[in-house]
Design a protein around this ligand. Structure first.
Ligand SMILES: [Zn+2]
Length: 65
């Protein structure tokens, strides 16, 4: 399970970074301080999505691991 643990570590590092940096909606400007990016991975890429609780705008980002 060493491979899985490495993946989780990388995910956690990215997740904590983007949770802090970018929770402001680009559509309406709402600062979703308690919100967070959801992350999923297919093993080679991480897909992030964030839904604004005010206007429902969805932002998505993809990063390579
Ligand atoms: Zn919004």
């Amino acid at each position: 399970m060493a491979t899985k643990e490495r993946g989780v570590t990388a995910l956690d590092r990215l997740r904590s970074r983007y949770e802090r940096v970018d929770t402001t909606c680009s559509a309406c400007g709402y600062d979703d301080e308690d919100g967070r990016w959801r992350s999923t991975t297919d093993g080679s890429q991480v897909h992030y999505s964030h839904v604004c609780p005010r206007c429902g705008a969805v932002r998505k980002r993809t990063y390579r691991l």
